[in-house]
Structures are given as structure tokens and as C-alpha cells.
Design a protein around this ligand. Structure first.
Ligand code: F6P
Length: 364
């Protein structure tokens, strides 16, 4: 991995772009930065810098130069070499209706001037792109690059990182199946995704799960146990894939771990450990839970994510040259199109009913 080099102040008329990552890391972020840098610096003649650990680096003045040597060999590397965090740009997160106060905004603009930044490329999911849209409305030039393993960002067909997470989860399902079959156990795998069931839906389909539980469509414990029992009755062992945000019918909220994340949201996790004993108790079938956790976010991106992220970075740099501020480099079919940030933020892209109904008919 390239070693970040400290940023030195440079002064001329060249457009200087600050790249910043926010939220959880997502496989493909390095490839996106590489794509944007190679196009932006080598082709368009921009100067580019990366803020270390997202808004933390912005607040504390920690920047690195982005150029060809800095991004060498990065497209296949997981994580993100400049770091990411959930530190907000403004004290109140700027996501409230009023955005930042006048004094805070003035301080923010002073910092931008101090760094000599003309525009931002913001790599992130929902929270980050919401902030990007607010910055755009405040007149700060910004372009969004959509990443998140959750694939829950509206305006784009897929976010980079999702395909990798699904591949890792599908491999976990394959592995859990062989041990589950050997012991005739029901295996419950919990995957990430927060309030969207995309990772569960796609990995569950890829692995031929007998039940897939997503936050969008509650199912009762009775229904789940009926599926598991019918699988046993025809001589098989059940694989149940559950999204971390799933709430059983009649339940009140998702299972959470202690503490809040950097955006102030409860940390999700543990629903598989809640379901497994219930299934075992009600069906008499030995049941085990596995929480996949951060394994699905780490490691090398798939080829699909590398290509998508690289194309996203290239499109963002091209859009900066054209001055298309306030847009998101979105995947539409097989094209990267610049869509207004306002179209992407404010509503989650969740699993639609027809996609769930398509697989549900075959559960059990
Ligand atoms: O948004 C990406 C994501 O991986 C979610 O699926 C998950 O709930 C969350 O981040 C985990 O965050 P952290 O890394 O802070 O535990």
C-alpha cells in the first residue's frame, strides 16, 4: 500500500480538489480514489489532496498529496489508505433542517480557504451524501461518490463494496452449509446492512438459503419455525440468512449492541443469537448462530467493485472538470451518470416488495 505523504501548500490557478471519505469503509474505496486521481491529476491537471480519516483530517489539518505514486497498486486493496471516520463536518452534524450555524460555517469556509481547496469529492453512503447535499446548498462545490456495503443509497443501482460483501457472505453460507448438513443443524447467519436487506437478499439467494429475513418485511417466529421444520421434514438442514436490522413481526426494534456509532445511531447486531435459541426451542432442531460482522467489509474488493469504483472515480473527476457540482456519480444500468445529490438523499433504497416476494415463495 502506498505510504501517504504530507501535504505541502501550493499556490497557483490550478483547480485543487480535496478527497474525503466518511462512514464505514467499503471495498473499492481505494480504487475510486485511484480512478479519480489518475484522471484528475494526470489528465485534467488538478492538484488533489486527501483528508486523513475524513472530516477529522479536515478539522485537524491532516492532508496527504494524491498523485500517481500515491495511488500506485491500490485498485485491489481493501480498506481505504487515507482512512475514514464518522466524524461530522459540523458540531451538530449539519444534517438538521437548519444546517450549521453562521459562526460554524464561517470557520468551515476559513479552513477551506486555508487549504486552498476549490472543490470536494466526498466518498460515502447515505449520511455522507446528505452532508454533501447540504454543502452544495451552502454553495460549496462538491461531488459525491456512492459507496456502502449496504447498497441502500437511492439514485444509483449499486454502490461499490456491496458486491464484495455479498460474495463474502455467500462464501460463508457455503461453508456453514457443509457443517450444518453434517450435523443436521439449522444454521442462522447474520449479515450487515442496517435498515436495508440487500446483503441478506443477495447472499441468501446466492447460497440457496431456505429463509431470508430482511428489515423491510417482518416475519413471525412461527412462520420461520414452519419453514425450518418443513426443510427438516424433507430431509435437509436449514440455512437461514438474517439481516442485522430484521425485526420479527410484533417486535418493536432491531437488536442492538451497546453504544452508538459516530452518527449517533444504535449499533446493530445480535439478532441471529436471539433467533437461534427460539428456533431450537420451538422446533427441537439444534440451531447455531453466526454473526459475520466486519469480515464482510474487509479484504480485497471483487473485480466488479474494482471496476465500478474506478469508473466512479473517473466520472467524478470528469464532472469536476465540467463543474457539475451537487451531483453524485451514479450507476444507471451500465453507465455512470451524474445525478443531482438531492435525488439520492433523504430516502433509503430498500428491498422492494416484488424482489422479496420473488424469493419468499420458495422459502422452507
Ligand atoms: O453502513 C455500513 C455498515 O457496515 C452497516 O452495515 C453496519 O451496521 C455498520 O456499518 C457497522 O458499523 P461499525 O463499523 O461502526 O461497527
Amino acid at each position: 500500500m502506498a505510504t501517504p505523504r504530507p501535504h505541502r501548500a501550493m499556490k497557483d490557478e490550478t483547480m485543487r480538489i480535496g478527497v474525503l471519505c466518511s462512514g464505514g469503509d467499503s471495498p473499492g474505496m481505494n480504487a475510486a480514489i485511484r480512478g479519480a486521481t489518475l484522471r484528475g491529476v494526470d489528465v485534467h491537471g488538478f492538484e488533489m489532496v486527501g483528508f486523513v480519516d475524513g472530516w477529522r483530517g479536515f478539522h485537524e489539518g491532516e492532508l496527504v498529496v494524491l498523485d500517481r505514486p500515491a495511488v500506485r497498486g491500490l485498485s485491489g486493496q481493501g480498506g481505504v489508505f487515507i482512512g475514514t471516520s464518522r466524524v461530522p463536518p459540523f458540531a451538530d452534524g449539519a444534517t438538521g433542517p437548519g444546517g450549521p450555524g453562521e459562526e460554524e460555517l464561517a470557520g468551515f469556509r476559513r479552513k477551506i480557504a486555508e487549504y486552498g481547496i476549490d472543490a470536494f469529492l466526498l466518498i460515502g453512503g447515505n449520511g455522507t451524501q446528505t452532508v454533501a447535499e447540504i454543502l452544495h446548498r451552502l454553495g460549496i462545490p462538491v461531488i459525491g461518490l456512492p459507496k456502502t456495503i449496504d447498497n441502500d443509497l437511492s439514485g444509483t443501482d449499486y454502490t461499490f463494496g456491496f458486491d464484495t460483501a455479498v460474495s463474502v457472505a455467500a462464501e460463508a453460507i457455503d461453508r456453514l452449509r457443509t457443517t450444518g448438513d453434517s450435523h443436521r443443524r439449522c444454521m442462522v447467519l447474520e449479515v450487515m446492512g442496517r435498515d436495508a436487506g440487500w446483503i441478506a437478499l443477495h447472499s441468501g439467494m446466492a447460497g440457496g438459503a431456505q429463509a431470508i429475513l430482511v428489515p423491510e418485511f417482518p416475519e413471525s417466529i412461527e412462520q420461520l419455525c414452519d419453514w425450518v421444520t418443513s426443510v427438516r421434514d424433507r430431509g435437509r438442514s436449514s440455512m437461514v440468512v438474517v439481516a442485522e436490522g430484521f425485526v420479527p413481526a410484533g417486535g418493536e426494534h432491531a437488536v442492538t449492541r451497546t453504544g452508538l456509532d459516530g452518527f449517533g445511531r444504535p449499533r446493530l447486531g445480535g439478532v441471529a443469537e436471539m433467533l437461534a435459541p427460539l428456533i431450537e426451542e420451538r422446533t427441537g432442531i439444534e440451531t447455531r448462530a453466526t454473526v459475520l460482522g466486519h469480515v464482510q467489509r474487509g479484504g480485497a474488493p471483487t473485480a466488479f467493485d474494482r471496476v465500478l469504483a474506478t469508473r466512479t472515480g473517473i466520472a467524478a473527476a470528469d464532472a469536476a472538470l465540467r463543474g457539475e457540482w451537487g451531483t453524485l456519480a451514479a450507476l444507471r444500468g451500465d453507465r455512470i451518470e451524474m445525478v443531482p445529490l438531492a435525488e439520492a438523499v433523504g430516502r433509503l433504497k430498500t428491498v422492494p416488495e416484488d424482489r422479496y416476494a420473488e424469493v419468499r415463495l420458495n422459502f422452507g
